[in-house]
Write a protein that binds this ligand. Structure first.
Ligand code: GTP
Ligand code: MG
Length: 671
């Protein structure tokens, strides 16, 4: 038992651009909280947070790792739960989970790089997903050519004058501006901003502020808590994590100013508030699922209400399964620290549930609460996955399931048209890491290829087809004759129309005729791709009272279809994606030029917070390598999303090439 009341729990996540120093700060905090007996380092692979082999070799975070510890601020013990998230857009799914689990967000800004695409994305995510309490931490101030006030100005310029420095560089490290006594001239404006924010929290303070023109540090502190809770003030901190400077000042302020559980309102699917009451029935949401080499599946929960203890019986209100919390753990790499209980705001990992997934709601038996799903970004990159050997093939299913269970942004889909297994993710790094994790977690080796495009065929004109299938030499003969025409299908029209009159094709053979047509539709006329958006009208034919059969009519229909297709100006269709590319303004020329190069059509541009969003329609075939190319074009400052919009005609010369390649492929399949 920690014995720490819910009002003294602080739960926050670190967000920011990749490389902005989140993990380095995490190591400094973890060391301060005594979670580690030495200061971990990203650079030398000893970080308490980046412990996966892939994280260590790439020197980036991939997972959202959570930590809990106790910190004394003044005479009071506080329970801190915090999450280090990855900054790379490829692992943005982890960030969404972490936001759901947190009451406050701290955005890291590297003084050497300033405000980056990842900083802005983090800020918008807080707004979009209901976190009011957002603070900033300036890192990297020990680097050359950096300046504290310049970075503060950049933050205020982007995110408003509610962003005010609270801890600042001082002669002997870092100091809290409210403890400085004499505030240096260059920080006076910041101090005034803090005083004004604090004054707005109560009438009493407001009156005093008007009368005296300023407030004392303690009065400001009192008012700031409300201002941080409501999001009218965003504290800016300075931490020199590598030197250990400013960590205490940061943590003390987090304890004093950040909101306690219950301040950020969590409501269930029906809109009922789930109160942060340690004595209420237990409710928690799974915000992350991890695969651990030793214990298997680990479900990370954020407790919303009530208190959980090891051995407790639970129900999963999302899947309906009955579960038991075998143990409560904190996991840092290979180290597992048992936790005795967890109450509102706390984060623990629970191993070996039967049927629990990310986003599920776990409750005390008899409690019906279901939390809203966590919203994840849609995939923007896909590759086909092929097992290297039969041994790999046999284990591929398990490997894919493990990965998909632990990463809601990674999808495996069997494409029925191309017969390939397609892995969809948020970018090339995401896909590369997934391949590495398959090897690491399941010892499965796979190769990737650019996916086959699911082309379609259609017609742009009308065509007539006729075939008489007649074999009447000796014995039981075969006879069926079909006349049909084919044309583009208008919206709402039937695809197959029987307009025969006078029983030229008897009704009982019409299903066989339709089968023959369907066979033709599934194979196409140009390159063997399925045909869509055509109308087939069967208008005449003939039959023989003895020799006609279903088979004969099916053959006749399929041959007539082929003839009609070839006359009806068939064309190849390809999937067209609508893409939204978000980039700093300076990359506009390069990015739109490149989109044109990809046969894209720019539909519009929109500017927000110095970022341009270009909307364009681009053929899917041109986008498979786009995430990596966009990154190299924009130095990692671009991001994009896309979705399938429609199918459109492939230009003639390209269509010929595709058809030729497809014919070769079909020949190979036949051999
Ligand atoms: N000089 C200096 N280097 C820093 C500081 N903070 C981080 N670094 C270095 O910058 C690199 C990236 O730091 P990380 O802490 O891994 O950054 P991150 O934000 O966790 O990055 P992602 O996990 O990729 O999003 C590492 O080599 C750190 O040692 C700092 O305050 N000063
Ligand atoms: Mg990191």
């Amino acid at each position: 038992m920690t014995g720490i009341p819910v009002s003294n729990v602080r739960t926050f996540a670190l967000l920011g651009h990749s490389g902005s120093g989140k993990t380095t700060l995490t190591d400094a905090i973890a060391f301060k909280l005594g979670l580690n007996d030495r200061l971990g380092s990203v650079a030398n692979g000893s970080s308490i947070s980046d412990t996966n082999d892939e994280e260590k070799s790439r020197k980036i975070s991939i997972f959202a790792n959570s930590f809990m510890g106790t910190y004394k601020a003044g005479d009071t013990d506080y329970r801190l739960a915090f999450i280090d998230t990855p900054g790379a857009p490829d692992f943005y799914g982890a960030v969404r989970g972490a936001i759901r689990a947190s009451d406050a967000i701290v955005i890291a800004v590297d003084a050497a790089s300033g405000i980056e695409a990842g900083t802005i994305r983090a800020w918008h995510a807080c707004k979009a997903y209901g976190v009011n309490s957002v603070a900033f931490v300036i890192t990297g101030l020990d680097k050359e050519n950096t300046n504290f006030l310049t970075t503060v100005a950049a933050i205020r310029e982007h995110f408003g004058t509610g962003c005010c420095p609270l801890t600042v560089p001082a002669a002997d490290g870092v100091a809290n501006i409210l403890d400085m006594g004499e505030v240096p001239a260059e920080l006076e404006e910041s101090y005034t901003a803090l005083a004004e924010s604090a004054a707005e929290s109560s009438e009493e303070l407001m009156n005093k502020y008007f009368e005296e023109g300023t407030l004392a540090a303690d009065e400001i502190r009192g008012g700031l808590r409300d201002a941080v809770a409501s999001g009218s003030t965003h504290p800016i901190y300075v931490v020199k994590a590598l030197q250990g400077d400013g960590v205490d000042a940061f943590l003390s302020s987090v304890c004093r100013l950040f909101p306690a559980p219950g301040t950020r309102k969590f409501a269930d699917k029906d809109g009922n508030e789930v109160k942060a009451d340690a004595a209420a029935p237990f409710v928690a949401q799974v915000w992350r699922t991890a695969i651990d080499t030793f214990v298997g599946q680990l479900s990370y929960i954020r407790v919303l209400s009530g208190t959980i203890t090891p051995g407790m019986a639970l129900q999963n209100n999302t899947t309906g399964s009955k579960e038991v919390a075998s143990s409560l753990l904190q996991v840092f790499g290979r180290k597992q620290v048992p936790v005795e209980n967890a109450g509102p705001g706390e984060i623990v990992a629970i191993p070996k549930f039967k049927d629990v997934h990310t986003g599920d709601t776990l409750c005390a038996v008899g409690t019906a609460t279901v939390m809203p799903d966590i919203d994840y970004p849609q995939p923007v990159m896909w590759m086909s996955v092929h097992a290297k050997t039969q041994v790999d093939e046999d284990k591929l299913g398990t490997a894919m399931k493990r990965l998909a269970d632990s990463d809601p942004t990674l999808h495996f889909i069997k494409d029925e048209e191309t017969k390939e297994i397609v892995m969809k993710g948020l970018g090339d790094v995401h896909i590369d890491v997934a391949v590495a994790l398959m090897k690491l977690q399941s010892n499965v080796n796979v190769e990737l290829t650019v996916p086959k495009v699911a082309y379609r065929e259609t017609v742009t004109g009308r065509g007539e087809g006729h075939y008489k299938h007649k074999k009447q030499t000796g014995g039981h003969g075969q006879y069926g004759e079909v006349y049909l025409r084919i044309m583009p299908k208008a919206e709402g029209e039937e695809g197959f129309v029987d307009s025969t009159v006078g029983g030229s094709i008897p009704g009982n053979f019409m299903p066989a005729v339709q089968k023959g047509v369907n066979e033709g539709l599934s194979k196409g006329a140009i390159a063997g791709y399925p045909v869509q958006n055509v109308k087939v009208e069967v208008y005449d034919g003939s039959f023989h009272p003895v020799d006609s059969s279903e088979v004969a009519f099916k053959i006749a229909a399929s041959r007539a279809f082929r003839e009609a297709m070839s006359q009806a100006k068939p064309s190849l269709l390809e999937p067209i994606m609508t893409v939204k590319v978000t980039i700093p303004d300076s990359y506009m020329g390069a990015v739109t030029g490149d989109l044109n190069h990809r046969r894209g059509r720019v539909l519009g541009m929109e500017m927000q917070d110095e970022l341009q969003t270009v909307t364009a329609e681009v053929p899917m075939a041109e986008l498979f390598q786009y995430p990596a190319q966009l990154r190299s074009m924009t130095g990692g400052r671009g991001s994009f999303e896309m979705e399938l919009t429609r199918y459109d005609v492939v230009p003639g010369n390209l269509a010929q090439k595709i058809a030729a390649a497809r014919q070769d492929e079909l020949k190979m399949e036949d051999e």
